[in-house]
Design a protein around this ligand. Structure first.
Ligand code: ATP
Ligand code: MN
Length: 358
């Protein structure tokens, strides 16, 4: 069978759906050139596949090796419906690639007039310079140039050239696809883990920052009294259920292993910004503006992790296993992603936690 990148490129919706339904697959992985499945579907105009990937939590402003976002590719190739979709889900219309080109530079260069108009209507700057000092207007044929100029002026854009600035239009970090090999194995070999620094210790266990197969991870060593074969069997049955990749607000557990200690261990991605609490109270190098605050407020909680692309994600590593909550009924149903899609006010607070606080 072809790989997921080929399936997305060719628009094989059925195959892509099957692949996405397998919770072991990570839709934010990249190929050898750093193209994510969303890059390919956007480049080739596969609208159905694009919808599916977005619904399942594909990162929108992800960049390939050349710093192109999916919006760059959809714009260059004139896929107007996809450009509209991407903008609706907050694709950055002024993202610049390694040449400093924005999606609008390409829409203008390739004569994708309608796409160029849509981009400008949605905030793309007509006078932003690339690394070589060229603006999108410089790239456009005369008729398109006149049209875009008029449109931009009506929208209150200044036509003064905006000099190229390396990181001005980007966030503080770039969003890259992940290494695909990470998600093949749920069971991880303890010997391959490097535990670099202990970052916390509490009643439920120890938290370590570390690396695994070239990826920055967080290792939680669970504290369990009387670790028995029975508990070990429960652990092995329960942890695979936590590897959910189908919701943007869920930070999935990467895997688990049993250390020689013999405490069980669960592993997640390292989130550079830490928890929402860290972001709000421990001063980081970015400002949480109104829009971002509203976005965060929707997924309140101390264990909502902030991913490098500023997505708030509930950490599946905080989920308690049955043996950590003796006396409580273990209800796997709450793990269902549907529960997370409800508006926060629809969910009684008891549903948000298995036992105790998140
Ligand atoms: P609990 O044991 O109930 O989960 P807790 O969430 O307060 O309690 P830890 O899970 O040990 O304790 O987390 C401690 C802190 O480590 C978090 O508040 C957060 O700042 C940071 N942290 C947790 N997970 C990650 C992660 N994946 N990436 C980066 N930082 C993390
Ligand atoms: Mn935690």
């Amino acid at each position: 069978m072809d790989d997921i990148f080929t399936q997305c490129r060719e628009g094989n919706a059925v195959a892509v759906r099957l692949w996405l339904d397998n919770t072991e697959n990570d839709l934010n992985q990249g190929d050898d050139h750093g193209f994510s499945p969303l890059h390919w579907a956007c480049r080739e105009g596969r609208s159905g596949v694009v919808d599916m990937l977005i619904m399942r939590g594909a990162r929108i402003n992800v960049m390939n090796r050349g710093d192109d976002t999916p919006l760059h590719l959809a714009s260059s190739h004139g896929h107007r419906d996809i450009v509209t979709k991407l903008i609706q889900v907050k694709a950055d219309p002024n993202a610049s690639n390694e040449h400093g080109n924005t999606p609008l530079h390409y829409a203008c260069f390739w004569g994708q007039d309608l796409v160029a108009e849509d981009l400008v209507t949605n905030g793309a700057q007509v006078s932003i310079c690339n690394k070589y000092g060229e603006t999108p207007l410089d790239k456009a044929k005369p008729h398109l140039r006149d049209l875009l100029k008029e449109r931009a002026e009506k929208l209150g854009q200044s036509l003064t050239r905006i000099p190229f600035k390396d990181t001005f239009w980007k966030g503080t970090t770039r969003t890259r696809p992940r290494n695909g090999t990470l998600n093949k194995l749920a069971g991880i070999d303890f010997k391959q883990l490097s535990m670099l620094a202990k970052i916390n210790e509490n009643h439920s266990g120890e938290l370590w920052q570390g690396r695994w197969q070239g990826t920055e991870i967080v290792v939680k060593v669970l504290k369990v009294r009387d670790w028995t074969t029975r508990k070990s069997r429960d652990f092995n049955e329960e942890y695979p259920k936590l590897r959910i990749f189908s919701h943007p607000n869920v930070l999935p557990m990467l895997g688990a292993c049993q250390s020689p200690r013999p405490d069980p261990i669960i592993i997640t991605h390292w989130m550079p910004y830490g928890s929402l609490y860290n972001v709000l109270h421990e001063g980081t190098n970015f400002v949480v503006d109104q829009t971002q605050a509203v976005k965060f407020a929707r997924d309140i909680g101390k264990s909502v992790m902030i991913d490098e692309d500023m997505t708030a994600r509930i950490s599946m590593a905080d989920v308690k296993f049955s043996f950590q909550c003796p006396g409580r009924m273990y209800a796997p149903a709450w793990v269902a992603p549907e529960a997370l899609q409800k508006k926060p006010e629809d969910i009684p607070s008891a549903d948000m936690s298995l036992c105790g606080s998140w």
